[in-house]
Design a protein around this ligand. Structure first.
Ligand code: NAD
Length: 331
């Protein structure tokens, strides 16, 4: 079966091509993002494979359906960029990779937190410049800290476990508490208590209408002074303007982001020779206590292998007419 893969990078191609011989799909790799302007590239493809910053709105989906597409394999966990209601009414099935390596993302969140707390990003540059002064690089012991985890699904649960291992008191908020976390001694509290007590807060809930701008002026006001905020989930969980004001007032002591509200115009491309037009993002990166990575939390060999394996297998289910266990259904 012909499958058109959008937003394709050399690393996607390498991992998918390595595993495809046992599936035998005809893979067509396209560098362009999927959106209403590029959907026609998939004309004649029964299946399309897309990624986090592709635009699968009603217009794109109508064009795909018109071109003969019946199956969309998201090669990621989140699917907030897919209009599921439109997909359903057009008879398009959508599948995803629910869990490829929760360790990859949880460990990256920990790496960001530790780097930020001990100023590793600044120390790296100082030492390269022959500046061995440690003035201004003081951190806090993570052991004994109170750490808040919002969303204790597959990633948040592992983040909580790692933080427990460091000797932290872990508070959590989730609409559905996780038995493993409870057994670990994680204490589920209401959001206001988590905000009020945590010295570091890591976001691991999905982006939904309920969680959009969960971190905003009001929630920031409830937090402890000097709080560390880590977001490896989705950019729009955070109101970036409100967070910038909180950095300026020292309410936030450190901000680590792997995702950003307007990342689709920036991330996954080399923009080092152009002029970045996003003033908010550029301002954000001037703060010494802000550390940003470009949506790379998932990017380990193990995760990429699992993404390729599950994506190819989801496509095989469609070819065989089997029910796909990873299908996403509209609520
Ligand atoms: P998951 O579905 O296993 O867990 C999400 C948890 O959030 C669940 O326990 C759910 O009950 C909880 N939740 C839902 N609504 C909530 C709310 N309103 N408030 C609090 N908790 C709520 O998902 P996961 O695999 O752990 O992934 C978490 C998020 O991480 C994904 O939604 C995705 O956006 C993001 N992610 C980022 C990367 C990256 O590379 N940066 C990679 C994979 C996933």
């Amino acid at each position: 079966m012909k499958v058109t893969l959008f937003s394709s990078k050399p690393y996607d191609e390498a991992f998918l091509k390595r595993l495809n011989p046992s599936f035998g799909h005809e893979l067509v790799f396209i560098e362009n993002r999927l959106n209403p302007q590029t959907a026609h590239f998939a004309y004649g493809s029964p299946a399309v494979c897309a990624f986090v910053n592709d635009v699968l709105d009603a217009t794109t989906l109508e064009k795909l359906a018109h071109g003969g597409t019946r199956f969309i394999a998201m090669r990621c966990a989140g699917y907030n960029n897919v209009d599921l209601a439109a997909a359903q009414s057009l008879g398009l099935q959508v599948a995803r990779v629910p869990a490829y390596s929760p360790f990859a993302v949880a460990e990256h969140a920990v790496a960001l937190f530790l780097s930020l707390n001990r100023h590793v990003h600044k120390a790296y540059n100082r030492v390269r410049d022959g500046n061995f002064s440690i003035d201004g690089l003081i951190g806090h012991d993570v052991h004994g800290m109170t750490v808040g985890v919002i969303g204790t699904g597959s990633i948040g649960r592992i983040f909580a476990r790692i933080m427990s291992g460091f000797g932290c008191e872990v508070l959590a908020y989730d609409v559905a508490p996780d038995p493993d976390c409870l057994q670990l001694g994680v204490r589920y509290v209401e959001l206001h208590e988590l905000f009020a007590r945590s010295q570091a807060i890591s976001l691991h809930c999905p982006l939904t209408p309920q969680t959009y701008h969960l971190i905003n002026e009001q929630s920031l006001a409830r937090m402890r002074d000097g709080v560390f905020l880590i977001n490896t989930s989705r950019g729009a969980l955070i109101d970036t303007e409100a967070v910038m004001a909180a950095i300026k007032s020292s309410k936030i002591g450190g901000l680590a982001l792997d995702v950003y509200e307007e990342e689709s115009a920036l991330f996954f491309e080399d923009r080092s020779v152009g002029i970045i037009q996003d003033d908010v993002f550029m301002r954000l990166t001037t703060f010494p206590n802000v550390l940003v990575t470009g949506h790379q939390a998932f990017f380990t060999h193990e995760a990429m292998t699992n993404i390729a394996q599950t994506t190819l297998s989801n496509l095989a289910d469609f070819v065989a007419g089997r029910a796909c266990a990873n299908r996403v259904i509209c609520d």
